[in-house]
Design a protein around this ligand. Structure first.
Ligand code: HEM
Length: 319
């Protein structure tokens, strides 16, 4: 699908009130407590140095500088989805991979992926409702039946995501997961055409998982230890795919997958070489894009801008 749309300007995102973002971070903290100095989600993580080598195949569709011919440096952060930085790797089912590309001229752009293809909430309001319902259930003010009713009132939008989480098996390595960036972005070409795209990171080694029994026998930090070992011998490689939407494919709904047969192109390869100390102030905001790209109207994508800033400010002040 190609659209000619001057509104797909990369500098715009929908403004989200910082009050709902703060309420959301408060609600997450109410469930899991405050872990001072840590991200309010995906608290446990490990950063790596990387280089992205573009294939050049994206050039007809976008002028994004990191997707042309020139390689760029990058930082990858692998994480577990838990809000608790001390939780064992085995206990947090979904994993994350956030990548920050260093653009020529000093700007950055981010892509943030997770091991589930769709999200469970379509809007910030329903996300907040669900988190608050879980908290009330924890406190005992919402009985199991009320909780069920609260969840089922959102269930139709959460269904695909809950099924995906149910199917998740523990990964053998952060390097052997497929990561989905979930939201739709737009590529803008030099003639003013726009193309809706989703991004996925595909591991060069293929996807490999452990059985539940194998995973339960692993040390708490087995994924970090495995990464450490692996990088002593060889770099970790991921292919970045763009999947092109067609007419009728939703561009504003993170709870729905597109049909499997959509056109894909391989945008290039990420070579991850070394584990590094997390740079001070690293913020993997998925709405920080670049020329040649635009954000979709997905309310969750736009909401993440303000929510991540709230989490970043809190953890930064606690250091
Ligand atoms: C309502 C929607 C969401 C909320 C409220 C939310 C909340 C958060 C917060 C507060 C952080 C910590 C930010 C920081 O301190 O830097 C975070 C990080 C993260 N989130 Fe989300 N998130 C949402 C949706 C998603 C989705 C759809 C994905 C899947 C792609 C995702 C994947 C991640 C990952 C991988 C990180 C770690 C980033 C890093 O390594 O720096 N989140 N999220």
């Amino acid at each position: 699908m190609t659209t000619s749309n001057p509104d797909h300007d990369h500098s715009k995102h929908i403004t989200v009130s910082s009050s709902i973002a703060s309420q959301t971070v408060d609600a997450i903290e109410n469930i899991s407590g405050v872990h001072s100095g840590y991200r309010r989600a995906h608290a446990k993580g490990i950063c790596c140095q990387a280089v992205f080598r573009p294939s050049g195949l994206a050039a007809p569709f976008t002028s994004a500088p990191h997707l042309q011919e020139q390689e760029v440096n990058a930082i990858a952060r692998f994480s577990g989805s838990s809000t608790d930085p001390l939780v064992a790797d085995f206990m947090s089912p979904a994993k994350g991979m956030a990548v920050q590309f260093m653009l020529p001229g000093g700007d950055v752009t981010n892509l943030v992926g997770a091991t589930i293809p769709v999200f469970f909430a379509r809007t910030p309001e329903s996300f907040l409702d669900m988190i608050r319902a879980v908290h009330r259930a924890q406190e005992g003010t919402l009985g199991p039946l009320d909780l069920l009713q609260e969840i089922t009132s959102h269930f139709s939008e959460s269904k695909e995501s809950l099924l995906a989480v149910k199917k998740l098996m523990p990964p053998s390595s952060y390097a052997e997961c497929q990561y989905y960036c979930i939201h739709v972005y737009f590529f803008n070409d030099r003639e003013g055409n726009s193309y809706p795209v989703k991004f996925e990171w595909i591991p060069a080694t293929g996807v490999h998982t452990l059985s539940i029994i194998e995973a339960a026998q692993q040390p708490d930090d087995y994924l970090e230890e495995e990464l450490n070992q692996r990088l002593k011998f060889e770099p970790i490689v991921f292919h970045l795919h763009a999947i092109f939407g067609e007419k009728g494919d939703p561009t504003d709904d993170p709870t729905t997958a597109w049909p499997e047969d959509r056109r894909r192109i391989d945008l290039g390869q990420l070579y991850i070489s070394d584990i590094i100390k997390e740079p001070v102030d690293l913020l993997m905001d998925p709405t920080i894009i670049t020329e040649g790209m635009a954000l979709s109207n997905d309310p969750i994508l736009n909401f993440r801008h303000t929510t991540y800033a709230v989490s970043h400010d809190r953890r930064h002040q606690e250091r």
